[in-house]
Design a protein around this ligand. Structure first.
Ligand code: MTE
Ligand code: MO
Length: 310
């Protein structure tokens, strides 16, 4: 059980289940989504030309209809920029995405620091339209732009003893949220999960540079896991032998496990995970095992008890 300090907010208060959602905010947002939906997709978004260059379409994309750009960029979890869903979009001045570098360190033969421009040139940029599901019970379909994380890992040449990959987010205590989590935000994957072809380092959204509130300039995207696995604004990628303890595991170990795979059969201790609300839709959908990516990823977990390893 978590103890409450004056500067501490319980994860239960800042990560409420969908049913506790602020109804007024939801109605306001539904209105803006309806408006955006009535316009051609391009007109609903920023019109700045994309400096990302050519983007190839990936066969790994879902063909489901995409969530409106407006919803993807105004309904966010990025606690460094505030704990309300609308806060990150209002606090983008608190994060400067240029210049930016990402260190690859730990158990690798070729530790290296990549500038963001170098990352953009490592592999053809792909558009990957993925279903994303938050542990809070909402989901979106997001057209990410990025490169496979495996491409970057290969260049760093992981040592034989490396078993996990930790992702550390940028944190500036002078401007960003204090308390709430043990900063900097960190997440981690098993090395085979990190190397899986679906695991993406995203640098863009809807064909354009990644907005700050979505984790600029580079964030992780792991579509078969709850959203919180997808660390934003990453500054370091660290290969380790021991399983890292992640920010959410520290905040609530009984609620947020290391694996965090989307699993409709394993309830969150305080609410069911059987259904979800796709942002922009009114009725609920059944949540799919591994968020619908079971054919691609179930084999990673053969023989594991997914109730114990939640
Ligand atoms: N650094 C950082 N990364 C983060 C978070 C955060 O608070 N800080 N929130 C996570 C959670 S809970 C979710 S659901 C997704 C949300 O990503 P989106 O806002 O782009 O949809 O980001 C994840 N990555
Ligand atoms: Mo989330």
């Amino acid at each position: 059980m978590l103890l409450r300090r004056p500067d501490d907010i319980l994860p239960s208060e800042i990560t409420p289940p969908g049913v506790y959602e602020d109804r007024r905010r939801f109605i306001a947002m539904a209105g803006s989504i309806a408006l955006a939906g009535a316009l051609p997709a391009g007109k609903a978004r920023a019109t700045t030309p994309s400096p990302l260059g050519p983007i190839v379409k990936s066969p790994l994309s879902t063909v489901e209809s995409q969530t409106a750009y407006k919803a993807i960029t105004t309904y966010n979890n990025f606690y460094e920029l505030g704990t309300d869903k609308g806060d990150p979009a209002l606090n983008t001045h608190k994060l400067k995405p240029t210049p930016w570098a990402v260190r690859i360190e730990g158990l690798v033969n070729k530790p290296r620091t990549f500038g963001i421009d170098e990352i953009l040139k490592l592999a053809p940029l792909e558009e990957r339209i993925y279903r994303m599901r938050c542990v809070e019970g909402w989901s979106m379909v997001i057209p990410w732009v990025g490169i496979p994380l495996a491409t970057l890992l290969k260049l760093a040449d992981p040592q034989g003893s490396a078993r996990f990959v930790e992702f550390i987010s940028h944190y500036d205590k002078a401007t960003m949220t204090r308390g709430v989590l043990d900063w900097p935000y960190n997440e981690a994957l098993r090395l085979d999960e990190a190397r899986h072809p679906l695991t993406l380092l995203a640098v863009g959204l809807y064909g354009e540079v990644l907005p700050i509130q979505n984790g600029a300039p580079v964030r992780l995207v792991v579509p078969w896991k709850y959203g919180f696995k997808s660390g934003k604004s990453i500054v370091a990628i660290r290969l380790t032998e021991k399983q890292p303890v992640t920010a959410w595991m520290k905040a609530g170990p009984s609620e947020y496990g290391f694996y965090s795979n989307v699993n409709p059969d394993v309830d969150h201790p305080r609410w069911s995970q059987a259904t979800e609300r796709r942002i922009g839709e009114f009725s609920k959908r059944k949540t799919l095992m591994f968020n619908g990516y079971a054919d691609q990823v179930a084999s990673l977990y053969t023989g594991m008890d997914l109730r114990r390893n939640f």
